[in-house]
Design a protein around this ligand. Structure first.
Ligand code: PLP
Length: 379
C-alpha cells in the first residue's frame, strides 16, 4: 500500500507490533482461564499478569480492573448499573452535552426508562467548569458522568476538581469519567482523578479493537452488565478474550515505557497548527486542544466531508469530527455555539508519537491544494 499520512489517531491507532506479538502468543496458548487443568491455569495466570499491567498504568489495584470488549461497553456498564446502585437516592444524572455517543445515547435510553438527565453546555472554547457541575447537583442526583478529554476538541475537563467538589457536597453521588481519549495521553494516572468509575479502550493506544476496561473503585457495588459464567469476579461474564487482553497489556507496557511520547506528540501538533495557519489564511482554529494529540480546525465556507474525501484520495487521513458521526454534523461543535460555516468546514486532526513534521508538511500542502481547487469549484 502507498504511504499513509494518518491524522486520525483519535478514531483508532495502528496495532503496535508488541501488541500483535503478544496476541499471537496468547492465541497459540488457547486454554480457557476457567479450566481446572494446567493449560487453563496458565491462561488464567497470564490474564492475572496482564490485569496487573493495566492496573499499574491506571494507578489502581488489579482487583479494580474489569476487562470489557470496548469503551462503549464500559460507558454503558458504568451508566446503567451506576444509576441502579443509587436508585434509592434518585434517578437524576448529570453529564455534558459533548460526551461521546456511547454516553449520550445511553443517557437517552435511560431517560426513556424514567431517568432525568442534565446536559451541561460548554462555552465557545468547549470548556465545562466545576461550578457548572456542582450547580446542577440535586438531592436525587445518582451519578455524574464527565469525560476526561473531549474526542473532538482535545479539551481536558477538570475531572479531579469536579470529583472533589461533588463529593464534598454529596458523597453518595457516583462519579464516572469516560477516559477513552485520556488513557496514557495525559501526564497523570487516571485513578488520581478520584473518580469511582473510569472507562478506557485498547484500540486508541495500539491494542486491537475489541478490548477495553472499566475501573471500579474498591467499595463501589456495581451490578454486572453481562451475566453468565461468572468471569471477572462475577461482574463481567464471558470467557476472557485472552488474546486481546494480552495485546492490551503489551500495548500499555510499550506506551508507558516511552515517557517522552506526550511532549513529542504535542510538539508535532503545534507545528502542524502553525504551518496550517501560515499556509491557509482562511483557516480558523476551533480548539488547539489541551491534550497533546487532538485539535480541531475549520475552513469556513467549505464542506468538511468533501475536504475529507479529497484529502483521502491523496492518502491523507483526517476526520470531519468523531468517526462515529458518520457524516452528521458534530454535536460537540454545535453545542459550542459555532456559526454554521464553521460547523460545515470543521475538521479534527489527531496525532501520535509516530506523527512527524514531514507528514505534517504533506497534510498542509494537501489541504492547501484541496482548499484552492474546491474554492475554484465553488466560485
Ligand atoms: N468514548 C470516547 C471519548 C471515544 O472517543 C470513543 C471512541 O472513539 C469511545 C468512547 C468508544 O470507544 P470504543 O470505540 O472502544 O467503543
Amino acid at each position: 500500500m502507498d504511504e499513509l499520512f494518518y491524522f486520525d489517531y483519535a478514531a483508532t491507532a495502528p496495532v503496535r507490533p508488541e501488541a500483535a506479538a503478544a496476541m499471537m502468543d496468547a492465541l497459540g496458548q488457547f486454554g480457557n482461564p476457567s479450566s481446572r487443568y494446567e493449560y487453563g491455569r496458565r491462561a488464567a495466570q497470564r490474564v492475572r499478569q496482564d490485569r496487573e499491567t493495566v492496573a499499574r498504568a491506571l494507578g489502581c489495584a488489579p482487583g479494580e480492573v474489569y476487562f470489557t470488549s470496548c469503551g462503549t461497553e464500559g460507558d454503558n456498564w458504568a451508566l446503567r448499573r451506576g444509576v441502579e446502585v443509587n436508585r434509592r437516592k434518585g434517578r437524576h444524572i448529570i453529564t455534558t452535552a459533548v460526551e461521546h455517543a456511547a454516553v449520550l445515547e445511553t443517557c437517552k435510553d435511560l431517560e426513556r426508562q424514567g431517568c432525568e438527565v442534565t446536559y451541561l453546555k460548554p462555552d465557545r472554547a468547549g470548556r465545562i467548569t466545576v461550578e457548572q457541575v456542582t450547580a446542577a447537583l440535586r438531592p436525587d442526583t445518582a451519578l455524574v458522568s464527565m469525560m476526561l478529554v473531549n474526542n473532538e476538541t482535545g479539551v481536558l475537563f477538570p475531572v479531579a476538581e469536579a470529583v472533589k467538589a461533588v463529593k464534598a457536597k454529596d458523597r453518595a453521588v457516583l462519579f464516572h469519567t469516560d477516559a477513552v481519549q485520556g488513557f496514557l495521553k495525559v501526564p497523570f494516572p487516571l485513578c488520581s482523578t478520584g473518580a469511582d468509575l473510569i472507562t478506557v479502550s485498547g484500540h486508541k493506544i495500539g491494542a486491537p479493537k475489541g478490548i477495553g476496561a472499566l475501573y471500579v473503585k474498591k467499595g463501589v457495588k456495581l451490578a454486572p452488565l453481562l451475566t453468565g459464567g461468572g468471569q471477572e469476579e462475577g461482574l463481567r461474564s464471558g470467557t476472557e478474550a485472552t488474546g486481546q487482553i494480552a495485546a492490551f497489556a503489551a500495548a500499555v507496557s510499550a506506551v508507558t515505557a516511552n515517557l517522552a511520547r506526550l511532549e513529542k506528540t504535542a510538539a508535532v501538533k503545534e507545528y502542524t497548527l502553525t504551518q496550517l495557519k501560515a499556509a491557509l489564511p482562511r483557516l480558523e482554529v476551533i480548539s488547539a486542544g489541551d491534550a497533546g494529540h487532538i485539535c480541531a480546525i475549520t475552513l469556513p465556507g467549505y464542506k468538511s466531508e468533501v475536504v475529507v474525501r479529497v484529502l483521502g484520495d491523496k492518502n491523507v487521513c483526517v476526520s470531519s469530527g468523531s468517526a462515529c458521526h458518520k457524516g452528521k454534523p458534530s454535536h460537540v461543535f454545535a453545542a459550542m455555539g459555532l456559526p454554521k460555516p464553521w460547523l460545515d468546514g470543521a475538521l479534527r486532526l489527531s496525532f501520535s508519537p509516530e506523527s512527524t513534521r514531514e507528514q505534517a508538511d504533506v497534510l498542509v500542502a494537501a489541504l492547501k491544494e484541496a482548499a484552492g481547487s474546491l474554492f475554484t469549484t465553488l466560485s
